[in-house]
Design a protein around this ligand. Sequence first.
Ligand SMILES: [Ca+2]
Ligand SMILES: [Ca+2]
Length: 480
Amino acid sequence: MVSHRLVAAWGLLAVALAMVLAGCSDEQRTGDSGCTPGSPGCPDLVEDDARLRRDLEEEDTGDLVATDAEDLRDLAEIGDLEDADLPRGGSLVPDPASLYLIHPGPAGVVEQVILVHNQTDREVLFQSAEVLSATTGFTLRDAPLNAVRQPGQSIGFTLRFQAPDDLDALAEVALHHDFEDQPLIIPVTVAHKATGNACIGVNPTSLNFGTVVRGEPSVSRSFTISNCGDAPISVLRLDRGRIFGFLSTPDSFQWTPSLPLPIALSVGQTATVEVVYTAGRAGSESGIINVISNVEGSQSISVNLSARAEPPPLSELDLHLVLTWDANHSDVDFHFYPQSSEIFSCDDCYFANMTPDWGTQGDILDDPFLDYDNVTGYGPENINVDELGDGSYLIAVHYYSDVGSDGGSSDPGVSPTAANATVQVYLGGVLTSTYGPQLLDSTDYTWFVARLDWPAGTLTDLGTVTRINRSDYTWCRDFF
Ligand SMILES: [Ca+2]
Ligand SMILES: [Ca+2]
């Protein structure tokens, strides 16, 4: 079958590729310093891969949505994204992702159209929109009110600002919808242009936090913002950027400036921003901080963030589960959940819910975490728990797609294939049981592997294989 999440990913890819063809991501395109070498979507991506560039230039980006599977994979690899970073189920993509408006002067009016594209794979209800700001003067025209948009469709409305005074103004447009619990936030900045030969710089332009073990203390790095011109400037905000325009910078990155925002920088003055990374999962993570100022041509300059989170050593884990399978072009998924709960629910640790908060809320040590969602074949997918809470848990394996999630749509030559899955269970770092190989005949075959009773460490073989209808279940993110 054709993967639903892949269809959504192609739509997202079209947006990303439009940015790649322009040379850099939306946020980065705004600065006069241009792209930062090495940042996702910037010159390294285009220059380091002649084949990808040629492919992209030869193709219409609209056609590419359905024609070139390899480009998504290339984009992911070159942009240092992993399978797990690519949204499954898609996302809502605002255009622009943030608004920067030049102050119109007292009583002056400025307007900006905002489009939000439904790049998910399901119908989305846009319930309402509002402006959040400490400043008066912002209004919305044609704001959505219980409006429905199908996948691929967009919704548009207009932000209007009538300046009540001569001060810079900040706001957020919050768009409420039924795709996620959280509203879509679009930052808004209204600023006076700095005068003279204004200049702003950041140093360094990228921060690498190295390898950080989950559960160990956070790692700090810092960058400076400097006034490199001959006129005073203002740093108005530090925005959480979007990679390729649609992947939000994860909350595992947090930052604090040395001075409260907005920061007025006199000639030659600098401010420091401390950035902290806390490993909450396993795998590589990346992000972007957009430094928004009143320097025309450099109103948004980027600092790129990267880190690699690792699980603790095996001997320190109460539980380590390993899933592998033997078929190429196949997507098998790991599931681990309390017996009192249900597969695909928000208690289930799986690709759509990689780090559920079990036990003590906010404490990650008693949570399971899936390190990687392999969608093409073989695995391994690993689920770990540092300190498993008392209870009974189920280990399950679901055959998500028997043509893989990067091969089915793009390569009609790929035939559906059965897969033989194997599960290994390590308790306290010791291989305790191996299950399988178990034949999974085709998509939606589900293997209920074993029940684990903890802290006894008792494993009970279930050995049930049944074909389920995934739509019968309530998914943690309701996107299927
Ligand atoms: Ca998988
Ligand atoms: Ca917890």
